[in-house]
Design a protein around this ligand. Structure first.
Ligand code: TNX
Length: 516
């Protein structure tokens, strides 16, 4: 077997290189780029009507990953692809649980010979990540929903892969415009393809409250009944929210729900008069201004409200984090704001969770396990100091990771306050050099943001997400050393036909050499 190192591997490690970027783009257009690739040139494993999927015995979770893979492949190949823990070694895709220190919790090794494809991981999460790689190694038509002609060939070789950061997120604002359970599930499917593992749901804002709270029913019933522009809005029942959480969990995506407080709360203030300092309910709001609303922070009822809301949310959320917002509060003094943030963190902790909040929370004294989310360089200062003192950060720099910014002046959707964000901007940055004196050890990960003031339909969401989101995914997953825009744009180009196969509405950025 002739083994050649591919450029992706060359770029990502210090080893000698052969091959050209074109070779990588055509044979293995993987996004995010794996840690290392050894190509076995001329060797292919071909799926056939007799191929089986073998899962490790004794792990229901690994078996479920095998069934997920079969579901993806059956639609387009039309092959039966039986899943069992007893299939023979050849003509099979085998999922194996192993102990391998190189791989961590989400890493995997994929070995492809002429006879079989074998995925090895320490945990089912790693198998799931490897399955995404396997999908990307097959032709784009594999993503179609109906049987296609094939052939279904996987290039031979060995891939070793594991993530750089633990938190690789995508945020979706379902408050400014509401998106249905099925639309959110589709978003989960699309982000999972790029090995993201966090879905941050922005559930509440001035324009809408999107999650039913049993103790405070008017939040959803009244506060959920509108959205930007005056549309009908909507909300998730607790059962629907749990359904999203379970769907995401099956795809190794953790839901981080956000209840944005103390600002961005007009929908709550419209639903319950007693949450207002003057005791008068606000009118519902369908515009796009920010900063005008706040809970009544001196009022004890406010903290009972938060305890009950966050308590119900914590009970519905298996992940460790609750996002408490904390951004853009313009009506409180610094002292009031800091005291509020300190208190809300303790409420989150009392319900067994950790708090994450927007970078403004670094004005307050933070608990050691509270995470701050960086978004705007103009707010600067405190977030860097806090990070240096030990607070861990999720990075969402607006000029890079805000998928609601226009691509250029011709983009009709989106906003422009952080400038235009083209595909290259979203890709070409590094978490360890973003903030002075804040290195990798303080960075928990990266997250894209999709605010929906201007996005009414799920097609709009897809158009702003693709093709920028895969860039953020690679920033979060792949080793920094080998990332090069020119190699990336070629790999990314090969994803256009995949999105077409999945009927994803994407922006054909002129920066990417799309095949026709
Ligand atoms: C700033 S980012 C906001 C959001 C807006 C967004 C629009 C952040 C913490 N707050 O409320 O939707 O800009 O880009």
């Amino acid at each position: 077997m002739k083994v050649a190192l591919l450029v992706a591997a060359c770029a990502l490690s210090a080893v000698a290189c052969t091959g050209s970027p074109a070779e990588v783009s055509t044979d293995r257009p993987l996004v995010p780029a794996p840690v290392s690739v050894e190509a076995a040139d001329g060797t292919w494993f071909t799926l056939t009507a007799s191929t089986r999927i073998r899962t490790p015995s004794g792990s229901g979770e690994a078996a479920a990953v095998g069934r997920y893979l079969a579901d993806v492949l059956r639609r387009s190949t039309g092959y039966p692809l039986p899943v069992a823990d007893t299939a023979p070694g050849d003509d099979a895709i085998s999922l194996e649980l192993v102990r391998d220190d190189r791989l961590g919790d989400e890493g995997y090794e994929l070995e492809v010979t002429g006879e079989a494809a074998t995925l090895r991981a320490n945990r089912p999460a790693g198998l799931f990540m490897g399955v995404q790689t396997l999908r990307q190694l097959l032709p784009p038509a594999v993503e179609r929903a109906t049987p296609q002609p094939g052939p279904w060939r996987i290039p031979g070789g060995r891939i070793l892969d594991h993530p750089r950061f633990a938190w690789r997120g995508a945020a979706l604002d379902v408050a400014r415009h509401f998106f249905t359970v099925d639309e959110v599930k589709r978003y989960v499917d699309l982000i999972a393809l790029y090995k993201l593992n966090v879905l941050h749901l922005h559930l509440t804002d001035d324009q809408g409250w999107r999650i039913a709270i049993e103790g405070w029913p008017r939040l959803a019933a009244h506060g959920g009944g509108t959205e930007v522009g005056g549309g009908p809005g909507g909300h998730y029942t607790q059962r629907q929210y749990a359904e999203i959480v379970a769907y995401a969990r099956d795809r190794y995506v953790t839901v981080v729900p956000e209840v944005d407080v103390p600002g961005h709360t007009n929908a709550a203030l419209a639903s319950y008069a007693e949450l207002n300092c003057d005791g008068r309910a606000r009118r519902r709001y369908t515009g796009t201004k920010v900063g005008f609303s706040s809970l009544c922070v001196e009022e004890q009822l406010t903290y009972r409200f938060l305890d009950e809301v966050l308590g119900e949310l914590a009970a519905l959320t298996p992940g460790s984090y609750l996002h408490v917002g904390g951004d853009e509060v313009q009506t409180l003094s610094d002292e009031q704001y800091a005291a509020f943030v300190e208190r809300v963190q303790r409420i989150v902790r009392a319900h067994g969770k950790r708090a994450i909040g927007w970078q403004e929370i670094t004005k307050a004294k933070l608990l050691p396990d509270t995470v701050a989310q960086y978004w705007d360089h103009r707010i600067g200062g405190d977030v860097v100091r806090a990070a240096r003192q030990g607070t861990r950060l999720v990075l969402s720099p607006a000029e890079r990771a805000y998928l609601d910014m226009k691509y250029d002046e011709r983009t009709t959707l989106g906003l422009e306050w952080a400038g235009h964000v083209e595909v290259r901007d979203a890709y070409e940055w590094d978490p360890s050099t973003l903030l002075d004196g804040v290195g990798d050890d303080r960075v928990l990960g990266v997250e894209s943001q999709l605010w929906s003031e201007t996005l009414e339909r799920i097609e709009d969401v897809e158009y702003m997400t693709f093709p920028r989101l895969p860039g953020i995914a690679e920033v979060g997953w792949s080793p920094a050393a080998g990332r090069r825009w020119d190699d990336y744009r070629r790999r990314l180009a090969a994803h256009g036909p995949r999105w077409s196969a999945m009927a994803v509405h994407y922006y054909r950025s002129p920066q990417v050499p799309w095949p026709d």
